[in-house]
Design a protein around this ligand. Sequence first.
Ligand code: 3PG
Ligand code: MG
Length: 392
Amino acid sequence: MDVPVLEDLALEQGQRVFVRVDFNVPLRDGVIEDDLRIVSALPTIEYLRDREVTVALASHLGRPKGKVDAKYSMAPVAAHLSAVLGTDVPLAAGVVGPAVEALVAGAAPGSVVMLENLRFEPGEEANDPGFATKLTMGYDAYVNDAFGACHRAHASIVGPPRVLPSAAGRLLAREVEVLGRLLQGADRPFVAVLGGAKVSDKLGVIEALLGKCDTVLVGGAMAFTFFLAQGLSVGDSLVEPDMVDECTRLLATGRVQIPTDVVVAQDITDDADTQVVVSEAMPDGWKGLDVGPATVAAYRAAIGEAATVLWNGPMGVFEVAPFAAGTIGVAEAVAGCAGFTVVGGGDSAAAIRQFGLADKVSHVSTGGGAALELIELGDLPGLDALRGAPNA
Ligand code: 3PG
Ligand code: MG
């Protein structure tokens, strides 16, 4: 999975580098709720500043669908970056065009400029070649540190490496190294813990992991489709009936474990009336919203004995207190495991940070979909593009 790295770029003082980052951070009322993706890009930004080049950062934020929408402006991100870097990071009024080029060209060596949201431009998601060319104008090199977006064949991910000397930033290189280690030669036992709502979202990844790991522990609402495959009733739980055959096939491997007990309720509220039931006795009219304590104990034991753990996806509706215990239990077990532990991005990364356990795992990925796709397919469009760069 080799890609060119920062040291492979021959940078000279005063040059301008276009850096694709994934600053698609959770925002609430304009306030950044989790800055993991921003702080994770700092080593790359610092490396480039030390070489006295001008750093132009470009990211998408949300899904504004090719139109300018103030709600998705990078302004809060630029302000946050100014604070964490301790230097003013101006926000360009757009992504491409003469005014943006002039701002970047006029910036002092070693300074950092934030471009506006890439997805304000229809050419970004359409991977329009004309837009990709405009993106590269005025730059001497391209760095991709946007691991979380490398599964998107969008203009800013695959376009610039066709023409500019290019490299993976520190964050991207680390993600590729860690996830590569899971795919090739992971120490055994290797236990994968997968949660989330839908089997259909995780099917490819479960199949790929079954070829690499010893056991897959299943939680989250997707467990109930496996219940259906075993002929169990599921009450009002979320299920995907058209995935039952796939679940039957996965269970037949004998290496997929599903919950033996479940926390059920009739509504998802902080004061919901809950019961713990064994998996064979899910009551009509109730929904499964977390794994039960016996399941947590079994999963904890399996995780505790593992030499390698990958965790992706919550075990229940952990944002609501009565349904958080399963996810907390798994997070604690992963944090306590002495082996090589990786938390896939998205909700599980948010959960482990929320529980204050992020520094007790080997790696918290900044990519949700990207991490899953890398595991499933073994490569990503963004990595492939870097390998084709003129300097690679
Ligand atoms: C993410 O948050 O998963 C990445 O930034 C990609 O965003 P997208 O799913 O909107 O392409
Ligand atoms: Mg996403």
